[in-house]
Design a protein. Structure first.
Lengths: 87, 231
């Protein structure tokens, strides 16, 4: 088994109104960052996960996303997996 | 007739719902605990409003996985009436018992005020005491009540008559100005295809006594009682 560090990024699905992103964009523009384009606010979920290999860790993490970490109706997810140590 | 009200950690409308059933409706009411696997033989289940699990992750997402929800799902699958109000609606969507999702209000503001609702369906287990086209005044209190579904799903819901309530003007006009949260097509409440699971963002349990400013929510509880008397 290897310990993997998993990072799950969950973002509002493109095309779905993201009022939080729009508000942050407006605030950035008011600070003088007028060049900022579309802004999206999501969340980052980080955890460690023991697994046989990277593929297995990814598969487990994606199953978690489908069942809980992301809402399949409104959100997209991106899973990043990195080996921490060999045990 | 016995009606159960589920208490999740962070529910805050469970007592209002309990009182609406017990005092306003005059039926037996029991609290159901989120960690139990026992519906205590109730004839209908209400999932109340509040902020279950602090709205962590997404509103309703953690509560949807509570132990009691396994029994609620079985109860619903067997045709038992289940109504989710506000956070209860969010939980039903997260649990997959109702289609779509509830996301942040378009205004980003928490909205707590009376709204007007158009009764689209007066032939369901939850609305038979209303008239079709009737306008109700019932309060909302939510930050994440913007109903979202893709256009194909919205078309299907409308075609199947699953939109039960819509936000409207006091005159009953379904207009953008009457939409308090940006919900798709002014949807305020929907029902599943089988007609036994209802979700709505407004709070009928807060409109059951003249002291509360409106009694328009009573019809919902009376409809459930009438439905249970028939089956």
């Amino acid at each position: 088994m290897t310990d993997f560090q998993v990072e799950v990024r969950v973002t509002p699905r493109r095309g779905i109104l993201d009022p939080q992103g729009s508000a942050v964009r407006g605030a950035l523009r008011s600070l003088g960052f007028g060049e900022v384009g579309e802004v999206h606010v999501g969340r980052l979920i980080v955890f460690s996960l023991p697994a046989g290999d990277e593929g297995e860790a990814r598969e487990r993490a994606e199953a978690m996303c489908r069942q809980l970490l992301a809402n399949p109706v409104t959100e997209d997810f991106d899973v990043r997996v990195e080996a921490l140590s060999a045990a | 007739m016995k009606i159960g009200v589920v208490t999740f950690p962070g529910s805050n409308c469970d007592y209002d719902c309990y009182r609406a059933v017990k005092d306003a409706l005059g039926a037996d009411a029991v609290f159901l605990w989120h960690r139990d696997h026992d519906l205590q033989g109730v004839d209908a289940v209400f999932l109340p409003g509040g902020f279950s699990y602090g709205d962590y992750l997404r509103a309703g997402a953690i509560a949807a996985l509570s132990p009691i929800m396994r029994e609620v799902k079985q109860f619903a699958a067997a045709g038992g009436p289940v109504a989710g109000i506000c956070n209860g609606f969010q939980i039903l969507c997260e649990a997959g018992l109702l289609p779509g999702a509830l996301v942040r209000n378009r205004s980003l503001k928490f909205r707590s005020r009376p709204v007007h609702l158009l009764v689209e369906r007066a032939d369901t287990a939850f609305t038979s005491e209303y008239e079709p086209g009737q306008v109700l005044e019932i309060p909302i209190a939510h930050g994440e009540g913007c109903y979202f579904a893709d256009p194909e799903l919205l078309d299907a819901l409308e075609a199947e008559g699953q939109v039960v309530f819509r936000y409207c003007t006091p005159e009953g006009l379904v207009a953008p100005a009457a939409n308090p949260n940006g919900s798709a097509r002014n949807v305020a409440g929907i029902i599943n295809a089988e007609g036994n699971v209802l979700g709505m963002m407004p709070h009928p349990e807060r409109s059951v006594d003249p002291l509360l400013g409106s009694t328009d929510g009573l019809g919902l509880f009376r409809s459930v009682a009438a439905h249970l008397a028939r089956v």
